[in-house]
Design a protein around this ligand. Structure first.
Ligand code: SF4
Length: 460
């Protein structure tokens, strides 16, 4: 009963967030930067910020996360951090030898008004950036937006500061990865390969944050999109950006800089979003979807229909990031479930619009809210007022699940008390199978636990 004081009476709040359903911008920027090969993320602020960003990513991925900091002191907090950053860039290239440094700002450096573009130019003019090496930068003030915004800002910076147009088109399609797990990025590459399409996926954290244990520590793991590959995105035929919150800004930046037309699709979670992604990719590349992928689809449809009676009508509360929740909600509706309470701490008008569209026939009166006051307290109050059968979200949902005795599926970021999320994909038809299995398992475990002896079934 950790949350025993939560009431079932939500009140309108304007200036108070309790247990936010989001985290800070630079965490997203740092995660995106790790998807570039040989990149050292750099946090332009205090050591405490950088420690928090690194530890959050390490706890989620169970991998060491390397990043540097401008180590603001009282002096830099008052007079600005230019000298610290220029020195840091020099030290990093000298000692840690990255190919690329990806600098993001923090609340403190944004409040002072540090201009990253000007400071990086000064470092270049002062000869602190060796030939063939790169420094990119993205503004990530955490007093607005969320970790998703920070991710999107760094992805847009990759496109804007790397892509080059030579005038000769290459037979390749860019895929801007919205925020997804390393296993999801690996699955996007597998699906594209199976269609026979050459893609440029960025960022790409597979083989970085799910790198195999070899017994040797490698500072820069083998994965990640390279600087050359990022440059070549400006010559691609077109771009598919996954996720209108986390991926779309990267596609827009590419279109703006190199005139590569970009189309935004949902992250392919569940049946329909995977259908749309594969159709968009096959159309962009002019190829057919192979039988092996159609078979995977058929297996997902088979499970959905075979087990329909366990999903049917179950009321679900969910929280997390918009690009995860939009296709997940659509998938839950396809499973005949009822997503009744939905919150996301990430602001943006399109979230509620998309959700209302998806739920207009099945749950037209669903409680949906995003932004600063869409927090875990509100979600808990809604659940207390109108109970649900299932809770889906990141680790922070475990307090509500325990207090309300709810089956709980961990999904999203961060997950710091279980493993598997970085190794098994949630995208594509295979990811849909895994998600459906996870949901089924907790619902059927609950049915077993609560069944009276006379109706305790062996075969379900
Ligand atoms: S001060 Fe801002 S940037 Fe630093 S950890 Fe806190 S929210 Fe994140």
């Amino acid at each position: 009963m950790l949350l025993r004081h939560t009431t079932n009476k939500p009140v309108e709040r304007h200036a108070l967030t309790v247990n936010p359903a989001k985290t800070c911008q630079p965490i997203g920027a740092m995660y995106a930067a790790l998807g570039i090969h040989g990149c050292l993320p750099h946090s332009h602020g205090s050591q405490g910020c950088c420690s928090y960003h690194r530890s959050t990513l390490t706890r989620h991925y169970k991998e060491p996360v390397m990043a540097a900091t401008s180590s603001f002191t009282e002096g830099s907090s008052v007079f600005g951090g230019q000298a610290n950053l220029v020195t840091a860039i020099n030290n990093m290239f000298t000692i840690y030898e990255p190919d690329i440094i990806a600098v993001h700002s923090t609340c403190l450096s944004e409040t002072i008004g540090d201009d990253l573009q000007q400071i990086v130019k000064k470092a270049k003019d002062d000869g602190k950036i060796p030939e063939g090496k790169h420094v990119i930068y993205a503004p990530t003030p955490s007093f607005v937006g969320s970790h998703v915004t920070g991710y999107a800002n760094m992805v847009a910076a990759m496109a804007d500061q790397f892509a080059e147009s030579t005038g000769e088109k290459l037979d390749q399609i860019n895929i801007v990865a919205g925020w997804m797990e390393p296993a999801d990025m690996r699955e996007i590459k597998r699906l594209s390969k199976s269609l026979g399409v050459t893609i440029r996926l960025f960022p790409d954290t597979s083989d970085v944050l799910d790198a195999p244990q070899t017994g040797k520590h490698v500072f820069y793991p083998k994965g990640g999109v390279t600087a050359e590959e990022l440059k070549s995105t400006g010559d691609s035929k077109s771009t598919i950006a996954l996720g209108c919150f986390s991926g779309e800004p990267g596609g827009i930046a590419l279109d703006k800089k190199c005139k590569v037309p970009s189309k935004t699709e949902d992250i392919p979670v569940g049946l329909q979003a995977t259908d749309r992604f594969l159709m968009a990719l096959s159309k962009a590349a002019g190829v057919r979807i192979p039988e092996e992928i159609s078979d995977e689809r058929g297996r997902l449809v088979d499970l959905m229909t075979d087990m329909e009676q366990y999903f049917d009508g179950k009321r679900v509360a969910l929280f997390g990031d918009p690009d995860d929740l939009i296709p997940l909600t659509e998938f839950l509706v396809d499973l005949n479930m009822k997503p009744v309470h939905i919150v996301s701490g990430t602001p943006g008008k399109r979230f509620e619009q998309r959700m209302r569209e998806i739920l207009k026939d099945s749950v037209p009166d669903a409680n949906i809210k995003n932004g600063p006051q869409a927090d875990m307290l509100l979600l808990h109050q809604w659940i207390k007022k109108e109970p649900v059968d299932l809770l889906i979200g990141n680790t922070y949902g475990k307090y509500i699940a325990r207090d309300e005795d709810l089956p709980f599926v961990r999904y999203g970021f961060p997950i710091v008390d279980r493993v598997g999320h970085s190794y098994f994909p949630s995208v594509g038809y295979m990811g849909g199978l895994r998600l459906a299995e996870k949901i089924l398992n907790v619902l059927m475990d609950r049915q077993d636990r609560d069944a009276p002896e006379e109706s305790f079934e062996l075969v379900m």
